[in-house]
Design a protein around this ligand. Structure first.
Ligand SMILES: Nc1ncnc2c1ncn2[C@@H]1O[C@H](COP(=O)(O)OP(=O)(O)OP(=O)(O)O)[C@@H](O)[C@H]1O
Ligand SMILES: [Mg+2]
Length: 547
């Protein structure tokens, strides 16, 4: 058995036992000495890197440089002579002696780890403890060898055994949204918040290394990928969403993977206002509409921000509502207590046996008597059940992969969703979110996300555009006077349309106040929304007094 295989055995042994391993944070525990900083600086200057990264080209221009894990890992955004941007990870390198010790420690670790006794231990911590112990023993053994940096060795042990291996620094980079690998001997690509898509200087030099890496990721998620079952869609420790293919079974160039990084703090509706993805007034309009159980459909292409918008809006739901969420991969996080999260399960044998699909779960959700059913994304027959649920008085929220309302309705009414056209008006509001380019104060183009259109659905192929984004001015227009949803709410409640518009105005004030105070974190938003529901008058008074 090769060394790598043995350590993979270790992974499957350990990670299969515990799916809830939390990804370690960058403050994780390696003691860094002044000596390390000096060493790191020298290594950076000399451009020494681990063998799997290729070094900076001297002719390239460094645009930005920042640490992701000081003093061990840094990122440089560089531009090649043709103006192409490259994302360069630089890690402090090990000396040959350190590298040898590092390999020995890993070897020992594989053999010394004991099977874990109970299911609720923090596996990563156990491994770290054992690693510490082994390193201590090694420190004693190597006291006579000068110039060894134990924290550097520890960094690599943690990175490779409990971390994400050579991609670990990218995971630590807050600016990165997506990481993808299209095969061996090809640069890994990232999607950077500021610079968008870029190749990195990381690649898997051989098919074997990439296959092993994918096995490792699968084991970390407590899932299975193999030649027999070569695709995987799951959540990694730390909440990152992974999609992967194995060997050349279904991907001609060899194994591939793509990771949607989980962000520690979910993007809230107030963040979206601060990013100008949505205007406070449009957000307030959604807040009111959802409060009266209007059904909402969020449209957009891959990675546009649909799930994020869904989550941000769902946080505004009345805390007393019973909410059931249904997803393929658990991405939604809600502050409400009265919330049941259901997640589908694939069939492991490939024949459909044991599979629990979104369809089953939506049917099942009705038993929970929910006020609101949230489906992460509709794609298939579950859409039909969801529409039936909406027809029987539940409120629904979901996302759909489509560019605009016409494309969405076409998809909904065609196989496999097969929604009858007469059901389409059960959706009350549809919106589309897009990745766009806007000019900043200095006139430079930069990527951004905007909710570009909001429609109210009157009938099949009969939509009222209630709000839109004007690209030239980068401003939103909303016309609540045209709203048929407000008319509907007015019929339901007896409140006049004017008083509903005033209510939108009040909620807009709350959101603006939160935005102006930068109270955009998940907790503050949830808390203040809750306070408003509980006692709107004193909440408004508080805002009046403090502004
Ligand atoms: N308004 C926004 N501003 C900035 N970043 C955003 C915004 N919305 C989403 N993002 C980021 O974009 C990435 C993709 O978002 P999200 O998962 O919501 O997209 P999606 O449309 O659901 O994608 P998919 O089609 O793959 O499900 C995430 O990393 C998220 O943090
Ligand atoms: Mg999504």
């Amino acid at each position: 058995m090769s060394k790598e295989n043995r350590s993979l055995g270790l992974f499957s042994r350990i990670f299969r036992r515990n799916k809830k391993i939390v990804q370690e944070q960058s403050d994780a525990s390696v003691e860094v000495t002044l000596e390390d900083f000096k060493l790191a600086q020298v290594a950076r200057k000399e451009g020494r890197f681990t063998h799997k990264l290729y070094s900076i080209n001297p002719g390239f221009f460094v645009i930005e440089s920042y640490p992701v894990y000081e003093p061990f890992a840094y990122v440089n955004i560089v531009e090649d002579p043709n103006g192409k941007l490259i994302y360069e990870v630089q890690e402090i390198s090990l000396t040959p002696e350190e590298e040898r010790i590092y390999r020995e420690i890993r070897e020992h670790l594989v053999w010394e780890l004991k099977p874990i006794a109970s299911l609720d231990v923090d596996v990563a911590n156990e491994i770290r403890k054992t690693a510490r112990r082994i390193i201590k023993e090694f420190q004693i053994r190597f006291t006579r060898t000068p110039g060894l940096s134990w924290s550097k060795i520890m960094y690599y042990v943690e990175r490779d055994v409990i971390g994400f291996g050579i991609i670990d620094p990218v995971f630590r980079d807050r600016y990165i949204e997506d990481i993808s690998c299209n095969g061996p001997r090809k640069p890994v690509y990232v999607w950077h918040r500021k610079y968008e898509s870029m190749p990195t200087n990381i690649e898997f030099p051989t098919e074997e290394e990439l296959d092993e890496y994918i096995l490792k990721l699968a084991h970390m998620a407590g899932k299975h990928i193999s030649v027999a079952y070569p695709i995987l869609d799951t959540i990694l420790p730390g909440g990152h969403r992974l999609a992967a293919t194995f060997k050349k079974e279904v991907s001609t160039a060899g194994s591939t993977f793509t990771i949607r990084k989980f962000s520690e703090s979910p993007i809230t509706i107030v963040d979206m206002i601060l990013f100008r993805t949505i205007s406070p007034e449009i957000a307030a309009y959604f807040w009111l509409a959802m409060d009266y159980k209007m059904t909402t459909l969020i449209l957009g292409v891959t990675g546009a921000g649909k799930t994020t918008t869904l989550n941000a809006l769902a946080t505004l739901l009345r805390p007393t509502y019973k909410i059931v969420t249904i997803e393929d991969t658990p991405e939604i996080r809600l502050p409400q207590d009265n919330w049941v999260q259901l997640v589908s399960r694939p069939s492991y044998v490939g024949s459909g046996v044991g599979e629990i699909s979104l369809f089953h779960l939506v049917k099942m959700a009705l038993r929970y008597r929910p006020d609101v059913i949230i489906v992460g994304e509709v794609r298939g027959e579950e859409a039909y059940v969801l529409f039936q649920a909406i027809a029987t008085g539940h409120s629904g929220m979901t996302t759909l992969h489509a560019e605009n309302i016409d494309a969405a309705v076409k998809r909904l009414t065609s196989p496999p969703m097969n929604i009858p056209p007469s059901y389409i008006p059960l959706v009350n509001i549809a919106m589309v979110i897009r990745r766009v380019q806007v000019r900043d104060e200095k006139g430079r183009l930069r990527p951004a996300r905007r909710i570009t259109n909001v429609w109210e659905i009157k009938g099949y192929e009969d939509y009222v555009e209630i709000a839109r984004w004007r690209p030239l001015e980068d401003e939103f227009t909303i016309d609540l006077g045209r709203s048929i949803i407000l008319d509907k709410i007015s019929d339901l409640t007896g409140l006049s349309k004017e008083s509903l518009i005033e209510e939108v105005e009040r909620r807009k004030k709350i959101l603006q106040w939160l935005a102006s105070r930068k109270l955009s974190d998940y907790k503050s938003v949830a808390l203040n929304v809750y306070s408003y529901y509980l006692d709107p008058k004193s909440m408004l008074r508080k805002i009046e007094e403090s502004s």
